[in-house]
Design a protein around this ligand. Structure first.
Ligand code: SAM
Length: 229
């Protein structure tokens, strides 16, 4: 059985799409998606030898070698432009996911949807999506085994549309998550808020010149979060 986190990602893939799952590890996501009728085929990309071998084994074991192509490579270099309809990148930090999108920009031609699942630092991804005119059409926040995961679903479009003018708060917390205000969302941001307040009070005691700019940014984030909760 697939984790709730990856199942939520699969549910956001357009039905019948050909996907590329980048950083696929065991290729659980594309195997599950194909066996349950969500996709017509997949490329599973892996940069690391161990996970690559796990992916190859899993695809063999499930007899999906004809429909799931496991390829070794860095990020989007494993696909050609117009080869897939949808790209999934899951279980990594937001900085790494953003780097993969930025370095692979040329391969996004023909891609109709991105389904991204950062473990942390999702604001990096949202900034990149704004800069490259990908519109967030859905977001999810999932609590599994005591950890919080976010899913960002984006399509080419009007990147600022979901933000309702509140770009800064939206980039930080997610424009759609902020609207939905689910209990997982308030749990996460109440925790973050207390954490930031603690950092600020420690920094205020130190008060070095260097920390003043950082302090200002933290104080600003604190008021954005307080407004959203
Ligand atoms: N996507 C799976 C999931 O969500 O359960 C696996 C997540 S695992 C933590 C991250 C995987 O991404 C690792 O197997 C790692 O080798 C791979 N990875 C990291 N950077 C990558 C890159 N630039 N290109 C392709 N794969 C990468």
């Amino acid at each position: 059985n697939l984790s709730i986190r990856l199942e939520e990602v699969v549910k956001s893939i357009p039905l019948g799409a050909k996907i590329a799952d980048i950083g696929s590890d065991h290729a659980y996501l594309p195997c599950f998606a194909y066996l349950n009728g969500y996709i017509s085929g997949a490329v599973a990309g892996e940069i690391t030898e161990g996970p690559l071998q796990s992916a190859i084994q899993q695809v063999k074991k499930t007899s999906l070698t004809d429909v799931i192509d496991v390829r070794k490579g860095n990020g989007l270099e494993v696909i050609s432009p117009n080869e897939v309809d949808c790209i999934t990148i899951c279980g990594m930090g937001g900085t790494l996911i953003t780097m993969i999108l930025e370095e692979g920009k040329a391969k996004l031609e023909g891609v109709k949807r991105l389904v991204l699942q950062p473990n942390i630092g999702s604001h990096h991804i949202r900034s990149w999506l704004i800069q490259h005119n990908w519109e967030i059409i859905d977001e999810k926040i999932i609590e599994e085994d005591g950890r919080m995961y976010e899913v960002i679903v984006a399509e080419p479009g009007n990147a600022l549309a979901p933000y309702n003018g509140e770009v800064e708060a939206g980039v930080l917390m997610g424009p759609i998550l902020k609207e939905k205000r689910s209990s997982a969302f308030t749990t996460k941001w109440t925790y973050e808020l207390n954490h930031l307040k603690q950092i600020v009070s420690q920094m205020e005691q130190a008060q070095s010149e260097e920390s003043k700019a950082k302090l200002q940014k933290l104080t600003q984030d604190i008021s954005l979060i307080e407004e959203a909760l």
